[in-house]
Design a protein around this ligand. Structure first.
Ligand code: ADP
Ligand code: MG
Length: 301
């Protein structure tokens, strides 16, 4: 495994406010990471520090195992952290050609990157005629011009309509599939679930969870049941192929699901074997519930 970025006890204070609090995590090559947290949780501040645009208060970070200076390392990073700045009266292609000159990369890259973000057919339109979604796609193309090792995006779908959101997510997936490591900040759980392989959940600058996205969403949930004949109920459940561990507490039986099975299906299965349930409920700790619990927000409950 090749480490692209490691962050160790990174902290940022604004006066008495600790925006990022002893944050540590690392980014391995080829994965798609999401920094997930509610607004104001320190996502942008974290990205700002590792991109050298926000001064850290303490702790440190290291790009590419510290083999080169941060200044050199950042040449291999593509980032979009604020609103893209392009010349409104120049076309998309002209704007990107200019970026090529500034970044000292061959102009031929322009076509290749426009293709990736699906703007080939609009490359000769002036930037000012672009929709917000197209502007964001052009910004991604621009960040990719120097073939970065890692692409960093801060709230890439903010303000876009559903179609624009979908297009950006598809592009992120495509770039990831081509082998580019991605780090994106988002306050949207479903965005992280849809595009990321790994997640760092933060609240008030403090890390709450880090690991694979599946890791917190692997479970298919469980069923809680009651019947007059508890022993028979357990016996029947154990013969069902989609059910894993079965446990009993007082007269309530809990069955862990190994596949997505709904309550109705189990009810029918037991009924056909002559067993009547007096109580049946399916529960699942979804990623959403866990996220809400972790970040201590309540779902109108
Ligand atoms: P996020 O990107 O997760 O929404 P930010 O990193 O932008 O969060 O902000 C984290 C906290 O730091 C917030 O409380 C925010 O108000 C504060 N903050 C961010 N930038 C500054 C600044 N330049 N001066 C003072 N406080 C700031
Ligand atoms: Mg932010």
């Amino acid at each position: 495994m090749e480490t692209i970025l490691s962050i160790n006890n990174l902290t940022k204070k604004y006066g008495s406010l600790t925006a990022v609090d002893n944050l540590s995590f690392s980014i391995e090559k080829g994965n798609v990471y999401g920094i997930l947290g509610p607004n104001g949780s320190g996502k942008s501040t974290t990205l700002g520090m590792v991109l050298n645009v926000v001064n850290k208060t303490s702790g440190d970070f290291q790009w590419f195992n510290g083999k080169e200076s941060t200044h050199e390392a950042l040449k291999k990073v593509g980032a979009i952290i604020e609103h893209p700045n392009f010349y409104p009266y120049m076309t998309a292609a002209q704007n990107l050609k200019l970026v090529c000159k500034i970044k000292d990369v061959p102009g031929a890259k322009v076509e290749e990157k426009l293709e990736i973000v699906g703007l080939q057919d609009r490359k000769d339109s002036k930037f000012r005629t672009y929709s917000l979604g197209m502007k964001q796609r052009l910004a991604i193309a621009s960040a990719l011009l120097n073939d970065p090792e890692i692409l960093i995006l801060d709230e890439p779908t903010n303000g876009l309509d559903p179609q624009g959101i979908h297009q950006i997510r598809e592009i992120i997936r495509k770039i990831a599939a081509m082998g580019t490591t991605i780090l994106l900040a988002s306050h949207l759980l479903d965005e992280v679930e849809k595009v990321c392989s790994h997640v760092v959940i933060i609240r008030k600058g403090v890390k709450l969870y880090t690991g694979p996205v599946d890791g917190i969403n692997a479970s298919h949930g469980f069923l809680e049941m009651k019947a007059k004949d508890t022993a028979r109920l357990c016996e029947l459940l154990k013969t069902h192929p989609g059910i894993g561990k079965v446990t009993t507490k007082e007269d309530c039986v809990t069955a862990i699901l190994q596949e997505p099975i709904d309550a109705e299906e189990i009810n029918k299965y037991l009924f056909e074997k002559g067993l009547f349930l007096s109580y049946l409920v399916k529960r699942k700790e979804s990623l959403e519930e866990q996220f809400l619990q972790l970040t201590n927000q309540t779902n109108n409950a």
